[in-house]
Design a protein around this ligand. Structure first.
Ligand code: SAH
Length: 241
């Protein structure tokens, strides 16, 4: 059995009961070390295989091989495993190679949902997710999607917004949105949602300071109706109030 588990953004309180049960049932836990650390209290006495960043294919193959030996294995991702996580890769490997392993996917709360509730209610209308990581996606494709999403007035949640290796991506994304979104459009940033170092702030498209944004951050850019009031970011659904 191979459980592919989304453990939510950080704290155990934001994990589902289903994820908790699957971790309890598993004999071996496999995951990137930040994530295995987040579930440390739940994995006492279990075999824990910590891996570094990258090496995703090796990590998934190791988990599949272990499951094939008859062990109950839990591969954990932060947030939801099906959103920029390991779920897709596991299913690609298992289906393409026609492997005999039972895979059970356990959903988790993705970062955008967690960040949104900390900021207010910015996702009340149509929204999309865009990852600014060009490790697996060509940058031209990412640019095309940013422009299309801004043009269509989606609220946009940026994952992987900024790292040392790609310090300018978020700034470039903001430049691309400017012809379609007003400078006063609210922007919410949440760092380390549900984790010890949680931080959040609200600014605007025009006043955005990119420097404090890093890989632990989620950035939400509003649509043309989004506003800030009393420190809350609100996207109206359209009710008359
Ligand atoms: N599977 C994860 C996303 C992995 S991609 C999910 O569903 O949430 C990694 C990116 O997710 C980070 O760069 C960041 O943009 C975002 N992220 C993940 N956890 C976060 C958290 N606790 N707080 C803020 N952003 C987070």
């Amino acid at each position: 059995m191979l459980y592919v588990i989304g453990i939510g953004p950080g704290s155990q309180a934001t994990m589902t009961m289903e994820a908790l049960d699957a971790i309890n049932d598993a004999e071996v836990i496999v995951g990137y070390k930040t994530y295995t650390h987040l579930v440390k209290a739940l994995t006492v006495g279990k075999e824990v295989i910590k891996t570094g960043m990258c090496k995703e294919i090796e990590r998934c193959l190791a988990a599949i091989e272990l499951a094939q030996t008859g062990k109950k294995v839990a591969l954990i991702s932060s947030g939801d495993a099906g959103i920029y996580g390991m779920a897709g890769l596991i299913l690609e490997l298992v289906t393409k190679q026609n492997l005999d392993v039972e895979v059970r996917l356990i959903p988790g709360m993705t970062a955008s949902i967690s960040a949104a509730s900390l900021l207010g209610a910015p996702l009340m209308h149509d929204f999309c997710h865009i990852s600014l990581s060009d490790l697996l996606t060509p940058w031209e494709v990412i640019e095309k999607r940013i422009i299309a999403a801004a043009q269509a007035d989606f609220v946009i949640c940026f994952y992987n917004p900024r790292s040392r290796g790609r310090a300018d991506h978020l700034e470039r994304a903001f430049e691309l949105m400017k012809p379609f979104k007003a400078a006063a459009t609210p922007v919410g940033v949440v760092k380390s949602a549900s984790r010890k170092k949680q931080e959040k702030w609200i600014t605007t498209l025009g006043d955005m300071d990119f420097e404090p944004v890093d890989m632990t951050s989620l950035v939400i850019v509003g649509n043309q109706s989004t506003y800030e009031q009393n420190g809350l970011m609100i996207t109206p659904r359209g009710y008359e109030v």
